[in-house]
Design a protein around this ligand. Structure first.
Ligand SMILES: [Zn+2]
Length: 482
């Protein structure tokens, strides 16, 4: 009997639960995906044409600018968009806000709430080592479009606008208003999306759905699962920057006192690193993800996840200890990212500080997460100063009618994929639209490899031309099947 098999029977037995019952459950949940053709298709001519449009978009370097900075490159980019998607830019009503694009395609039924598609225009800088292509060449090679923004987030914008362009061309008349929003300062948390959301709120406009970048169609990200997963972000964790400062009377480095500022800061950091002191819990969408994934896993993992009521504690502990990535799904995280001491090698600092970037979880908000660290800091006579603080977004319910519509449509378009709600550990613009919408979902229907995801905000960003074409057709399907 293998260790895992032994454990499989020993743990339920210890809990007084018949192992046979757990095994029966694991067998019963097993599923396979239906063998049906996808509801969308495209031609190689379309693949090429869309890739050329995305390439033209990548070639304009729209490096993120603050709301009050000049933004010429964005005006050039917007002229290019109007050239690439002429029907959208001549038909939609224009409510642009200081270079942030807000457009509306009026629906035929004014009694209905609208929906909003979004994706940002700006990109992060290209100063990372390892680029093997010109980051703004938009080169189309090896079946991919290459360059900064090819994936994040110009592919999203390209797919959305192309879908809308084709629907206009085909004479489609939406019942609901379809809004399109594209910020020019998402990457630096600028105010473009706030302005757009507040504008909609001021006009009394409510939306049934906001669909932004976020999750994608990815294979190989979940251990033990071969199927590609269409991951729909329903919530994003919070964001805080906290400065920890330790002070002393200084001194000479030839006669160092004990517990100098850098030592005390180090003790704080070591304790946080060792204890991982935040509350670990499986909250929505984690239980939903586990339930969605379980039927398609191989037996030992399926046995565990199918009996979540028995093994919940064990699963949670595995998430905490497996990797930084899995840990981020079940608790707040703290990353010490910057440090400052004295300015010379032989001078003890009067004051030393470290900056900690914190991502508060849904179950332990920003204030509670910082309080945990502050308590540890106080032990070492270290001061805590909150520089920036934001709680996790609201969770869009995965059992809502809007989520179910999207889920069903994705099953039709992507019969080879598992569809699941998802927790975003990073942020998007879309949370700002919570003031006008209950269902803020973060998902771009493009297939990405693990390597392509790793190239986001790094060197050699790229996206497959087939993924773009599939994305266009899926957006069209989503808009015409509501
Ligand atoms: Zn992005």
């Amino acid at each position: 009997m293998s260790l895992l098999k032994g454990f499989k029977f020993a743990v339920p037995a210890a809990l007084g639960i018949p192992a046979a019952l757990c095994t029966a459950k694991a067998v019963a949940v097993k599923k396979t995906l239906p063998d049906v053709p996808p509801a969308v298709s495209w031609t190689s001519e379309e693949e090429q044409r869309y890739a050329e449009k995305l390439s033209a978009m990548v070639q304009i370097p729209t490096i993120s600018k603050k709301e009050d900075e000049p933004y010429e490159s964005f005006l050039i980019f917007q002229e290019k968009l109007a050239e690439l998607f002429p029907r959208v830019f001549s038909t939609f009503e224009n409510y642009d806000l200081n270079g942030n694009l807000l457009r509306r395609w009026k629906g035929t039924d004014p009694s209905k709430n609208g929906i909003l598609l979004m994706g940002h225009q700006d990109v992060v800088p290209v100063d990372q080592a390892g680029w093997t292509k010109d980051p703004f060449s938009g080169e189309i090679e090896d079946g991919c479009v290459w360059g900064r923004g090819a994936m994040d987030c110009k592919s999203t914008v390209c797919c959305e606008l192309q879908a809308l362009e084709e629907l206009l061309e085909e004479g489609f008349a939406p019942e609901q208003d379809i809004w399109f929003f594209s910020s020019r300062n998402e990457e630096n948390s600028g105010g473009g999306s706030d302005a757009a959301a507040e504008y909609l709120q001021s006009q009394g406009i409510r939306l049934d759905l906001v669909l932004d970048e976020g999750g994608a169609i990815v294979a190989g990200m979940i251990p033990g699962l071969k199927l590609p997963v269409a991951a729909i972000g329903v919530v994003e964790k919070g964001f805080c920057n906290v400065k920890f400062t330790a002070k002393s009377a200084g001194g000479h480095s030839s006669t160092p006192p004990k517990n100098s500022p850098l030592i005390r800061l180090s003790k704080l950091m070591v304790e946080v690193d060792r204890k991982m002191p935040f509350r670990a819990k499986l909250v929505t969408p984690m239980p939903e993800i586990l339930d969605n994934v379980a039927p398609y896993l191989s037996f030992p993992l399926r046995f565990l996840l199918a009996n979540r009521n028995v093994f919940g504690g064990l699963i949670k502990a595995a998430f905490v200890h497996l990797s930084g990535q899995t840990r981020a799904f079940v608790q707040s995280t703290a990353a010490f990212t910057m440090a400052e001491g004295s300015t010379a090698p032989n001078v003890l600092p009067d004051e030393a500080s470290v900056i900690c970037n914190i991502r508060p979880s849904m179950q332990q908000n920003a204030q509670q997460t910082v309080a945990v660290l502050q308590k540890i800091a106080a032990k070492y006579d270290v001061e805590t100063e909150v520089l920036f603080s934001r709680d996790a977004s609201r969770t869009s319910p995965p059992d809502s009618a809007e989520f179910k519509i999207l889920e069903a449509n994705l099953h039709a378009c992507l019969p080879d994929c598992l569809v699941t709600p998802y927790l975003m550990t990073g942020g998007t613009d879309s949370r700002r639209f919570e003031i006008v919408c209950e269902n803020v979902l973060r998902f771009t229907p493009t297939r990405l490899s693990k390597e392509q995801i790793e190239a986001m905000h790094a060197a050699n960003e790229n996206v497959s031309v087939s993924a773009i074409a599939e994305g266009v057709k899926i957006y069209k399907y989503l808009l015409t099947h509501r």
